[in-house]
Design a protein. Structure first.
Length: 266
């Protein structure tokens, strides 16, 4: 079963939707303030559901232990990582808990991405935490990526080693109104609908990891159906066909999105 998820290269697993940071450019924080009627019900994914999902994931694909929340807030983070010993294990973090949970990260996660954004009042503190983490881990895993969003001074981050990945900012409420025109693949089909799967903390499966507070991109429920059945289901097939025809405007989530599955540098 798990070998028939054709094209899938990455699963985003939302261990928790909670976050311990209040970023000015975060869509969820904007929703909390201005549209409380659709605000998220924050919490954790049930550990038994995580186990169920882990048993269906093919070997050697990427598992990202985040979607919208801060993964290091998940109480059983270390136990979750051990469930995916045959996958490429990655995570995106704001680094606030990177020292506190270093023992669960070092030698276990393959790649860790530090989210850095312009005009962050906690930017200096973040830098010092990452610097200390690098000192603790030495030459051991994980590899580190510095994802610099917007107008970020990258020179000091270059001094720490690792990979610099610059990203342009967009509207907090979704992947539109980019400061720089998004990169479009030559095939004219969004790569994310072809190779991504995002599972929120309730088990709802979406076509991509784009911000979707109203859940219009949901194609199934991992509590009920197998990942195989969801990935090969009629709804996803129909939506992929619309992309092939150049009619992404017929898909509720894609119609309001300018992203094409290729990250654009700042």
């Amino acid at each position: 079963m798990s070998k028939c998820l054709n094209g899938l290269y990455c699963i985003h697993l939302e261990l928790t939707s909670r976050c311990n940071k209040n970023c000015w450019m975060c869509g969820r924080r904007k929703i909390d303030r201005e549209y409380p009627e659709i605000a998220a019900n924050y919490g954790e994914m049930d550990f038994e559901l995580v186990k169920k999902i882990s048993e269906q994931v093919p070997e050697d694909i990427v598992v990202q232990f985040h979607n919208n929340g801060e993964p290091l807030l998940y109480p059983k983070f270390g136990e979750v990582v051990k469930l995916f010993e045959n996958q490429i294990k990655c995570m995106d973090t704001n680094a606030k808990l990177i020292i506190e949970r270093a023992d669960e990260i070092i030698d276990s996660i393959d790649t860790i991405t530090i989210s850095i954004f312009e005009n962050d009042p906690e930017g200096d503190e973040q830098f010092e935490l990452v610097k200390e983490f690098i000192k603790i881990k030495g030459d051991r895993k994980p590899n580190i990526v510095f994802r610099c969003m917007g107008d970020v001074g990258v020179e000091k981050w270059k001094e720490l080693g690792g990979i610099i990945a610059t990203r342009t900012l967009h509207n907090p409420l979704g992947s539109f109104e980019y400061r720089k025109s998004p990169t479009v693949p030559e095939i004219g089909i969004c790569l994310e609908i072809l190779n991504h799967m995002a599972i929120d903390r309730f088990g709802k499966v979406s076509i991509c990891v784009r911000f979707d507070p109203q859940r219009v991109g949901v194609i199934g429920d991992a509590n009920i159906d197998s990942l195989y059945d969801i990935w090969n289901g009629e709804k996803r097939k129909e939506w992929v066909e619309y992309h092939k025809q150049g009619k992404r405007d017929k898909i509720p989530l894609c119609s309001k999105c300018d992203f094409w599955g290729v990250a654009t540098s700042s």
